[in-house]
Design a protein around this ligand. Structure first.
Ligand SMILES: *[C@@H]1O[C@H](CO)[C@@H](O)[C@H](O)[C@H]1NC(C)=O
Ligand SMILES: *[C@@H]1O[C@H](CO)[C@@H](O)[C@H](O)[C@H]1NC(C)=O
Ligand SMILES: *[C@@H]1O[C@H](CO)[C@@H](O)[C@H](O)[C@H]1NC(C)=O
Length: 334
């Protein structure tokens, strides 16, 4: 989606190596593509031992401004050590990232572009971008040199390794970070960062069903969340909420309610093991979602336990926009 071109390296007692960010496009039917267009938070260079220490990396700038969120990182590969240089908290999207310039000031033995970006595995430069601080997507890219075709960044690749590497100085996690392992029912951006709505306070309580029989209510509330105006999903509306349910629990569901009042609902059928229950038409039914309490009411049974009711043992709640392009997911339990 993005790629880097090396701009210049000036020699002295320190060296400044700059990278220009270029847009190369990607297949927008792929979730990783739409997610990376919406949000770009981190750039990670595979690097050499000389650049994998704060001693030799003096400064990072982004668009001529000092950028404080970076750290070299050393990790045990099992057969030795691997080194990375991470630049995070970038807060870009496709609307803002192309044309940006990222510069790294280093000193010997981290002496320039060949040292800053080097993967022993490919014997050349390799880097990755990640969409959010919780890294749902992380395409791995090789460097673009002016003579190579502009297709240096690979798309549609989900690299587990990217997600597994912990941060040295992690930025504050988003509320209930929805990392990997999400159930995907639609091609839409599932990140719950940089969206206007958050889902909070998932709790279970006793209630009664439509016949006055005892039942369990599993409820959550909707909160306002701040987002960068330029981010892909910041202007999303609140049109639908979808929750994957274990197929065997379908008949135990009694009703759905919003702010205590019963509402109509529908099912989404996917396969023999799971389906989804949906709060629909919320633009009309719930024009002001912030502060609302939404509940799923279940007959007393094994299915009243969230870990049984929700498919996969944890409850994933997706809020959808009317155009189905944004579907921030929040996961509770598990
Ligand atoms: C960064 O500084 C250079 C040189 O002063 C200038 O040409 C360029 O426009 C600046 N870039 C940004 C993004 O401010
Ligand atoms: C991404 O940004 C580039 C450069 O500004 C622009 O040409 C392109 O149309 C954008 N792509 C999408 C899908 O918004
Ligand atoms: C049903 O779909 C889920 C999610 O895509 C998948 O993990 C599971 O293996 C599927 N089960 C069957 C029986 O196909």
């Amino acid at each position: 989606m993005m790629q880097l071109a090396t701009l210049l390296a000036l020699g002295a007692s320190s060296t400044v190596t700059c990278y220009a960010v270029d847009y190369v496009g990607c297949d927008q039917t792929l979730a990783c593509c739409t997610a990376m267009l919406a949000s770009l938070d981190k750039l990670t260079f595979e690097t050499t031992p000389g650049c994998g220490t704060k001693q030799n990396v003096l400064q990072v700038t982004v668009n001529n401004r000092t950028h404080a969120s970076w750290s070299p990182y050393q990790h045990d590969t099992g057969s030795g050590y691997g080194y990375e240089l991470k630049i995070y908290n970038l807060g870009f999207s496709n609307a803002t990232f192309p044309g940006s310039k990222i510069c790294v000031t280093t000193r010997s033995p981290c002496a320039g572009p060949d040292d800053i970006c080097y993967s022993a595995a490919v014997q050349g430069c390799r880097y990755s971008f990640a969409d959010t601080s919780s890294t749902t997507y992380c395409p791995v890219c090789s460097v673009y040199s002016p003579t190579s075709p502009a297709d240096a960044c690979l798309f549609g690749r989900f690299s587990e390794g990217c997600a597994a590497i912990p941060e040295l100085n992690p930025p504050p996690p988003p509320p209930t970070a929805a990392a990997g392992g999400l159930i995907r029912t639609h091609e839409c951006v599932q990140s719950n960062v940089n969206v206007p709505y958050g889902v909070r306070n998932f709790v279970s309580s006793d209630t009664t069903d439509q016949q006055g029989s005892p039942a369990t209510a599993l409820c959550f509330t909707v909160a306002a969340q701040s987002c960068a105006a330029t981010s892909y999903c910041c202007d999303m509306d609140f049109a639908k909420v979808e929750i994957p349910i274990t197929a065997g629990c379908k008949t135990h569901l009694r009703r759905l309610s919003i702010n205590g009042a019963p509402v109509s609902y529908s099912w989404g059928f996917y396969n023999d093991t799971f389906l989804t229950v949906k709060f629909n038409n919320l633009v009309t039914a719930l024009p002001n979602p912030v502060g609302a309490t939404l509940c799923v009411v279940v007959r007393p049974s094994e299915c009243a336990l969230p870990a049984n009711l929700c498919y996969g043992g944890r409850c994933q709640i997706n809020v959808f926009s009317s155009n189905n392009k944004c579907c921030p997911a929040t996961v509770f339990g598990g």
